[in-house]
Design a protein around this ligand. Structure first.
Ligand code: PLP
Length: 289
């Protein structure tokens, strides 16, 4: 079955979507993106994803080519025109097509691309047994808060993890945990959930905020503060979160067991809260449909 995508004002089969080679997204990685999880055809935290995209666009001095209502309409159409109930909707805006010159073109039209893929949720085995991660030096740039399509450093780091047979690389900068190559990081120590502050060294994850909101509502203790490397290595539990991973338990770190080597009780609690929340959103969506 052919996927339907949106490119610059038109819906079309993925196989027909074409972007000129002088697009600054291709030449410079000059653009931003979002990945929005969709459950039972209802996008999760769409407004928050659109707000984060606006922040990314502001940070790269690129005007948003569409109003929030237009984005909402296009994302809704993409969800409707594709076959799967659970999807990951990908949205990308680049600075458009222009002769190759690093300085911004005066009059380029931003390129807008939206596609959907079937949501590939973590497997039951990953949730029940946990996943392995490695640690790596965070050698990315100083604006990791921008969700930029320039992802070469993230690709190199994620590949390091893949070559070690792991799902993620947890990144360390100046002796502190920042995030992972494609997700945010939490640890649990003595029943307290700890996560690094949202500054320019990490992407402000929408799932990170959701996990923290769920924890707050359930009165689970949280500390947002810098996390030195030794705390990661001494944690009772480690979790990684992202729109497609949801929340996953990490049970080996650099080949050594985390805590007792099994997903912990706080993870079980958070996983339950997360699934309940998704079900609630899907029910509310069905009621509005
Ligand atoms: C570097 C990085 N950090 C964190 C995240 C998690 O963000 P979100 O929860 O919004 O998917 C991602 C998601 O792709 C990411 O690439």
């Amino acid at each position: 079955m052919s996927q339907t995508v949106y490119l610059n004002g038109e819906f079309m089969p993925l196989t027909e979507a074409r972007v000129p080679v002088l697009d600054r997204g291709f030449i410079f990685g000059d653009g931003v993106y979002e990945v929005i999880p969709v459950y039972a055809r209802v996008p999760l935290r769409l407004a928050e994803h659109l707000a984060r995209m606006q922040n990314s666009l502001n940070a790269i001095h690129l005007r948003n080519p569409l109003a929030a209502e237009e984005w909402t309409r296009i994302v809704g159409q993409i969800i409707e025109r594709n076959a799967w109930d659970d999807q990951a909707v990908y949205v990308q805006v680049t600075r458009g097509v222009a002769p190759r010159d690093q300085a911004f073109p005066a009059d380029a039209t931003p390129t807008v691309f939206v596609m959907a893929n079937p949501m590939s949720k973590p497997s039951a085995e990953q949730r029940e047994r946990g996943v392995g991660v490695i640690t790596a030096e965070d050698f990315r740039w100083q604006r990791c808060d921008i969700k930029s399509v320039s992802l070469l450093a993230n690709c190199l780091l994620r590949q390091l993890a893949a070559e070690a047979g792991c799902v993620e690389a947890i990144l360390l900068r100046d002796g502190h945990v920042t995030e992972a190559s494609t997700s945010n990081v939490f640890l649990v120590k003595n029943g307290v959930i700890v996560s690094p502050p949202k500054d320019r060294r990490i992407l402000p994850g929408i799932t990170l905020d959701l996990v923290l909101d769920l924890a707050r509502n359930a009165k689970l203790p949280i500390e947002i503060r810098p996390v030195p490397e030794h705390e990661l290595r001494e944690a009772d539990e480690i979790w990684v979160s992202s729109s497609t991973k949801e929340v996953l338990p990490v049970t080996t770190l650099d080949g050594k067991p985390v805590g007792n080597g099994k997903p912990g009780p706080m993870y079980a609690r958070m996983y339950g809260l997360y699934q309940d929340h998704k079900a609630q959103i899907a029910r509310a969506g069905a009621a509005h449909a």
